[in-house]
Ligand binder design. Structure first.
Ligand code: HMG
Length: 395
C-alpha cells in the first residue's frame, strides 16, 4: 500500500490579539478562570480585512512556494465559518495562490471535524493517484456573542497541509476509529451570526465521542493506550483536551499517573493557549504545537489525533513522525508570527467583533488596510467579495 500523509504543514493566524487581562476586567471575571479554568491567555481576533480566505491563503503560501504546484490535483478547504452558501472558499484561495486550472476545488463542512475528513479524503486520493498531491487547508473564525460563556474561547487561524505519497513529516496509518451521532450541542442556523450551544453538554458529548472513536481504533488496530507516544486533541480551549485525555486514559487502562498524562499533553496546548479556538483548524494547531514544542525529537514516534466536530462526528487516527521531519517544519517562523501579533484594546475588539458578523449589511463596503498578512479582504462590490495580495506585506 502507498504510504501517505503530511509532507508539509504551515500555520497562520490574525495579526491581532485580545489579552485575557482586558476581557477579565471588562467582564468582571477572575483572570484565573480564563487562564487556569479554561486554559486561555490570549485570543486571535480577525481585523475587518482578515477572514477565513485570507488566513487560509497566508497559511498555504509557504507550502505552495516550496512544492511543485503543477502537481496539486485537489484543494480541499475545511471550514465551518464559510463566507458564501454556494461558492466554495477553495476557489478564492485557488486564484490567490495561482494554482493550476486543472486543480479540483471544494469546501467541506461538519463543524470542527471537517479538516480530518479532508485529510482522510486527501490520503485516499493520493493512494489512488500518487502522481498528484492534495492541498488541505483548514481555516476558521470562532465567533461568539459578546458577554456569552463562549466569548473567552474565540480565536481564528488556518493550517495548510500538503498530502503526498512518502510524506516527509507524518505518515498516516490507514486504520482509524470514528464515532457519529445526531446531537444538538453546538450549531449555527443560516439566519444566525452566532452559534447556539449547550456548553456543558458539548463537553460531555466531546468526551463520549472521544471514547467511542478510541474504542474502534484500539480494537481495529489492537492498539493499547500506552503504546502511543503523543496525543493531539481538538482544542476548543486547552483544558478540554486535558479533561478528555485523563478520562480516556482511565477508561483505556493506562498505567500512567496524572502527572505523566498531563506532561504528555503539555507541548500540544501552547498555541491554543495564545490563539484560542480555531474550530476545524484547532486539532492541526495542536499538531503544529507538538512539532514546535516537543521536549524530544519525534522521529518514529507514534501520535494519536482526535478530531471532534459538534453535531457530531469524531475520529481517532494515528501517524508516525518521519526521520528528518525537523528540516521541513517552520518552528521559528511560527513562534515569531504568533509573538509579533499586535494587542488590541477593548474598543478595537468591539469594532473587530462586529465586522466579523457573517450576516452583515448587504450593501457594498470597503475595509481599512490593517493586516500584516500577504493577502487581504478589501470589501464587496456588486455582492462579490474582493481579495487582493498586499504587496507591502510580502516577505
Ligand atoms: P462557563 O460557564 O463560562 O465556565 O463555561 P465554568 O463556570 O464552567 O468554568 C469553567 C472552568 O473554570 C471550570 O472548571 C471552573 O471550575 C473553572 P471545571 O469544573 O470544568 O474543571 N473556574 C476557575 N478556575 C480557576 N480560577 C477561577 C475559576 N473560576 C472557574 N477563578 C464553557 C465554560 C467551556 C462551557 C464555555 O466557554 C462554552 O460554552 N464554550 C463554548 C462551547 C465549547 O467550547 N464546548 C467544548 C466542547 S464542544 C467542541 O469542542 C466543538 C466546538 O469547537 C465547535 C465545533 O465543533 O464546531 C465548540
Amino acid at each position: 500500500m502507498t504510504s501517505t500523509g503530511i509532507d508539509d504543514i504551515s500555520l497562520y493566524t490574525s495579526s491581532f490579539y485580545l489579552d485575557m487581562h482586558t476581557l477579565s476586567e471588562k467582564r468582571k471575571t477572575e483572570y484565573s478562570k480564563y487562564t487556569e479554568g479554561i486554559g486561555i491567555e490570549r485570543i486571535s481576533i480577525p481585523a475587518p480585512d482578515e477572514d477565513i480566505i485570507t488566513l487560509a491563503a497566508n497559511a498555504a503560501l509557504p507550502v505552495v512556494e516550496r512544492c511543485d504546484k503543477t502537481k496539486i490535483g485537489t484543494l480541499l478547504f475545511a471550514t465551518e465559518s464559510g463566507v458564501d452558501q454556494s461558492k466554495s472558499a477553495a476557489v478564492f484561495v485557488h486564484r490567490l495562490l495561482g494554482l493550476p486550472s486543472t486543480c479540483r476545488t471544494v469546501e467541506l463542512k461538519q463543524a470542527c471535524y471537517s479538516s480530518t475528513a479532508a485529510v482522510q479524503a486527501a490520503c485516499a486520493l493520493v493512494a489512488r493517484n500518487p502522481k498528484k498531491t492534495v492541498l488541505v487547508i483548514t481555516s476558521d473564525v470562532a465567533h461568539y456573542p459578546l458577554e456569552s460563556p463562549g466569548e473567552a474561547t474565540q480565536g481564528c487561524g488556518a493550517v495548510a497541509m500538503l498530502i503526498t505519497e512518502n510524506p516527509r513529516i507524518l505518515e498516516i496509518q490507514p486504520e482509524s476509529g470514528c464515532c457519529s451521532a445526531d446531537t444538538w450541542d453546538f450549531w449555527r442556523p443560516n439566519y444566525s451570526n452566532y452559534p447556539l450551544y449547550d456548553g456543558k453538554f458539548s463537553m460531555i458529548n466531546y468526551v463520549k465521542t472521544c471514547k467511542g472513536a478510541w474504542k474502534e481504533l484500539s480494537e481495529t488496530r489492537g492498539l493499547a493506550f500506552d503504546q502511543v507516544d503523543w496525543f493531539c486533541y481538538h482544542l476548543p480551549f486547552s483544558t478540554m483536551g486535558l479533561k478528555a485525555h485523563l478520562k480516556l486514559a482511565r477508561e483505556a487502562g493506562s498505567q500512567k499517573n496524572s502527572v505523566e498524562l498531563e506532561n504528555q499533553l503539555s507541548p500540544i496546548i501552547h498555541y491554543c493557549k495564545v490563539i484560542g479556538n480555531c474550530y476545524s483548524a484547532s486539532l492541526y494547531f495542536a499538531l503544529c504545537s507538538l512539532l514546535d514544542n516537543a521536549p524530544e525529537r519525534l522521529e518514529n514516534k507514534l501520535v494519536a489525533l482526535f478530531a471532534y466536530g459538534s453535531g457530531c462526528s469524531g475520529e481517532f487516527y494515528t501517524g508516525t513522525f518521519q526521520p528528518g521531519y525537523k528540516k521541513y517544519i517552520r518552528t521559528d517562523k511560527n513562534k515569531k508570527l504568533i509573538k509579533n501579533r499586535k494587542e488590541i484594546d477593548f474598543e478595537t475588539y468591539l469594532k473587530f467583533h462586529k465586522a466579523a458578523d457573517p450576516i452583515g449589511e448587504s450593501g457594498d463596503f470597503t475595509t481599512p488596510e490593517l493586516t500584516d498578512g500577504a493577502f487581504r479582504f478589501c470589501g464587496t462590490k456588486d455582492h462579490c467579495r474582493i481579495y487582493e495580495p498586499c504587496s507591502a506585506n510580502v516577505q
